[in-house]
Design a protein around this ligand. Structure first.
Ligand SMILES: Nc1nc2c(c(=O)[nH]1)N[C@H]1C(S)=C(S)[C@@H](COP(=O)(O)OP(=O)(O)OC[C@H]3O[C@@H](n4cnc5c(=O)[nH]c(N)nc54)[C@H](O)[C@@H]3O)O[C@H]1N2
Ligand SMILES: Nc1nc2c(c(=O)[nH]1)N[C@H]1C(S)=C(S)[C@@H](COP(=O)(O)OP(=O)(O)OC[C@H]3O[C@@H](n4cnc5c(=O)[nH]c(N)nc54)[C@H](O)[C@@H]3O)O[C@H]1N2
Ligand code: SF4
Ligand SMILES: [Mo]
Length: 712
């Protein structure tokens, strides 16, 4: 080799001096794809590359968001120190000062206004350990009844429907690997192609195997394009549509009588109601032609196996919980649950959408899916926590209702962890004003989000690259995220922050944890014997077995792949069908002379929730850099709105301005706007405060609006 060549290779070698591999799981959706961040350092620069890692759920796949997740985690705007607002500007302070201030303010508020004047707003993006700890922090350290979390806006309808119908709520009743073998798959208000992209091969395989896919959505999406039959329902009319399907199934004799007899209560009432309905009328109110209803019902009823998947399209409604129940009625009437390749899937949203709804962040809940109003449950958890049962608060109110209490002045302080409610809650301007009324507001975040900007104090936290812990994915599989990327600046893990604040408040002895694993071991005990029983799961097993599906009641138990094989979780072992009226208890907005169009909202592939993270990722932001309104060209022409122009959208609550996007495949009476943008593009300025009376879910998917072109 010549001298020159040798020199060339030497410099090449020096360029890549070291390569480090960091294990983690994607910070975004419920697939919780396992990944590695490869960090290559040379003298001149560092390079990062994210690659997928094999696991039973996502099988090594990643979508565009996962591939670029590191861009936001490594972003220069990550907060690295506690920030205190002084004269309207954030100024860096020490942790010691931050903790002293929290102690002073929290103590003062509770002394003046009582324990319940403090509130906690949590999240389904934090780990199981952190969700568990936050619930314990509310009840033990602050002793306030006011805690709830962003999952209220996400999973609460499906959770309450499953709990009422089956007696327990695990999003998927079957493991994901059964999907390719099911003969008929219903996708009701779910856009998996954009929202859980790495799940798609399971459905594509099903299709290759001859499964019939039915999608229900007012728009055409990458998901409905895969379907054999697309029911283009009017927004908000899914409960009535399910009644139509049930009517055909029952009248055509496509029910499973033996199953109903043995395993179901309430069938006769449902039968009496749906047979009294008129199918033409259902077609009229739902906008789905009679022959489509008959086709969908017949295929689903006749096939030997079938699964129904629901997501926010039918759930984020002021009748979301009963609508989901009506789809569960279909499963029960046809006996398509508790057996091979048949079951229910409420497609969970956030990374820990499943786990974070099991361990006590909900207003009425204690760990293991226990109830805070059940005397035995209270005693058990009090014993685990080493407190007197009488010290445990009772149930509080839902996320949005807490914000209403801030507005009314009953709640004076807020500890917010991992959410951006001024963008994600309905009637966003109202929410902002309510939060501005607080006496003291602490936000724990990685960035100065639109909500954190309103805080008195921001505490810097760590990201998915840095925080280890368990996340329960879309299947109900508990997975261990092994994250060990160096923490940036003075940021601390969410669990550390909770423990340190508790310590500052004089409750340190209940929060003396040194690692997530220690917290998990307490969580295991707290869930023992509960519905969501994690007691048999250990970190060691999670490493060896690549995740375990709960319930897992002891260390020799393999976990539970398929639920309800012999019985449901109600005391009598039976599932409960319920009549769901075509006319919901809370009337929905319908288009009228002043507001003539339906507005529905949702997501796009490249952005995540309120966009705080994905808008900071250059690759993702470049794909969609602003919000838009999808509209049918013939509707657009009626309102003189050209393609790709700015348009004002108004509801009774407020107005926004976004860009028009013509789409010949959306319903003509409906426009669609994603919710990933803030301020004047925040679609939640338009959404009403009405909530589902059972689960308190807002009606994000139906508003009546008017539209007009912006004069240039
Ligand atoms: N890319 C991306 N992926 C995500 C997220 C994200 O923000 N971005 N968020 C994650 C989270 S937290 C969640 S909860 C999930 C959400 O996942 P999805 O629920 O699948 O997402 P959405 O877009 O909110 O709504 C799904 C579909 O419902 C349709 N829809 C609207 N109104 C109605 C209606 O009245 N009836 C019916 N049948 N359908 C209707 C919409 O047109 C949309 O295509 O996604 C997760 N994954
Ligand atoms: N119109 C309309 N509104 C909706 C919906 C809809 O479909 N339509 N969907 C609803 C749904 S399903 C959901 S889930 C909600 C979600 O809405 P939000 O709860 O507001 O969720 P994010 O936008 O993810 O906000 C998370 C915040 O936490 C920060 N963060 C990220 N990771 C961490 C962490 O590990 N720890 C801490 N402490 N902070 C972290 C992020 O920087 C960000 O500021 O929005 C709801 N709002
Ligand atoms: S966003 Fe969801 S599907 Fe995409 S990589 Fe992350 S976890 Fe996987
Ligand atoms: Mo969600």
């Amino acid at each position: 080799m010549t001298e020159m060549l040798l020199r060339y290779f030497r410099t090449k070698q020096q360029e890549v001096q070291t390569e480090k591999v960091h294990d983690t799981q994607c910070p975004f959706c419920s697939m919780q794809c396992k990944m590695e961040l490869i960090e290559q350092s040379s003298v001149t620069r560092k390079k990062y590359l994210t690659v997928g890692k094999d696991n039973p759920t996502s099988e090594g796949r990643l979508c565009i968001k996962g591939l670029n997740a590191h861009q936001h985690a490594l972003h220069k705007e990550r907060i690295k120190h506690p920030l205190l607002k002084v004269d309207g500007e954030f100024k860096q302070i020490s942790w010691k000062e931050a903790l002293e201030l929290i102690k002073e303010k929290f103590t003062e508020i509770q002394a003046n206004y009582g324990k319940d004047a403090l509130s906690i707003y949590g999240s389904a993006t934090i780990t199981n350990e952190e969700a568990y700890l936050l619930g314990k922090f509310a009840r033990v350290a602050l002793q306030t009844k006011y805690i709830d979390y962003n999952g209220r806006l996400c999973m609460s309808s499906a959770a309450s429907a499953a709990a009422q119908t089956f007696g327990m709520d695990r999003g998927f009743t079957n493991s994901i690997k059964e999907i390719p073998h099911s003969r008929c798959l219903v996708l009701a208000g779910t856009n998996i192609a954009e929202c859980q992209p790495t799940i798609m091969p399971y459905f594509e395989n099903a299709k290759e195997n001859g499964s019939f896919i039915i999608a229900i959505d007012p728009r055409e999406t990458a998901t409905t394009q895969m379907a054999d039959l697309h029911l283009k329902v009017k927004p908000g009319m899914d409960a009535a549509l399910a009644n139509g399907l049930l009517k055909v199934i029952i009248e055509e004799g496509l029910i499973d009588e033996t199953f109903i007899e043995k395993r179901v209560n309430g069938f006769d009432e449902v039968k009496d109601y749906v047979t009294s309905l008129d199918l033409n009328e259902i077609a009229d109110i739902t906008g789905v032609p009679v022959d489509h209803i008959i086709k969908a019902a017949t295929v689903f009823g006749k096939e030997e196996s079938g699964m129904i998947f629901t997501a926010r399209g039918i759930e984020q409604q002021t009748d979301g919980s009963t609508t989901v129940r009506n789809f569960l009625n279909i499963l029960l009437a046809t006996g398509k649950i508790g057996k091979k390749y048949s079951g229910f899937g409420a497609v969970t949203g956030q990374g820990n959408g499943q786990g974070a709804r099991e361990h006590g962040q909900k207003a009425d809940q204690l760990p293991g899916y226990r109830s805070i109003e059940n005397e035995e449950h209270r005693k058990y958890i009090a014993s685990i926590w080493g407190i007197d049962e009488k010290e445990l608060p009772r149930k509080g109110v839902s996320a949005f209702e807490m914000i209403q209490k801030m507005d009314e002045g009953e709640i004076k302080g807020l500890f917010l962890m991992c959410s951006n409610p001024v963008v994600s809650n309905p009637s966003a301007e109202f929410v902002k004003q309510a939060i501005e009324k607080l006496d003291f507001f602490v936000a724990v975040d990685m960035f100065v989000s639109e909500t954190a900007r309103l805080a008195d104090l921001i505490l810097p936290t760590t990201s998915y690259l840095e925080t280890p812990g368990t996340m329960t994915n879309v299947e109900g599989r508990v997975t261990l995220r092994e994250a060990s990327f160096p923490v940036r600046g003075e940021a601390k893990h969410d669990w550390e922050i909770i423990c340190e604040v508790a310590e500052a408040l004089g409750k340190g002895k209940y929060f003396s944890f040194a690692s997530p694993e220690e917290i998990f071991n307490e969580l295991r005990e707290a869930t023992r014997g509960g519905i969501a029983d994690y007691s048999g799961i250990t970190y060691e097993r999670l490493r060896k077995e690549k995740g375990i599906l709960w319930p897992c009641p002891d260390e020799d138990h393999p976990g539970t792949e398929r639920l309800f094989l012999q019985e449901f979780a109600h005391a009598d072992g039976k599932a409960l069908m319920a009549v769901v009226s075509n006319t919901p208890e809370v009337p929905k907005e319908t288009p009228n002379d002043e507001f003539p169009l339906y507005l529905t909202t949702g997501r796009v592939m490249s952005h995540y929730l309120t966009g705080v993270q994905t808008r900071k990722s250059s690759t993702l932001a470049a794909r969609d850099f602003e919000s838009y309104m999808e509209i049918h060209p013939s509707t657009a022409e009626k309102y003189q709105i050209m393609d790709n122009v700015l348009v004002k959208i108004e509801s009774k609550r407020g107005s926004i301005v976004v860009r028009s996007k013509w789409s010949p495949t959306i319903r003509k009476d409906t426009v669609f706007v994603p919710f990933h943008w803030a301020e004047s593009q925040n679609v939640n300025r338009l959404v009403s405060k009405k909530l589902d009376p059972t689960c308190r879910m807002p009606g994000f998917k139906v508003s009546a609006v008017k539209i007009s072109p912006i004069e240039s």
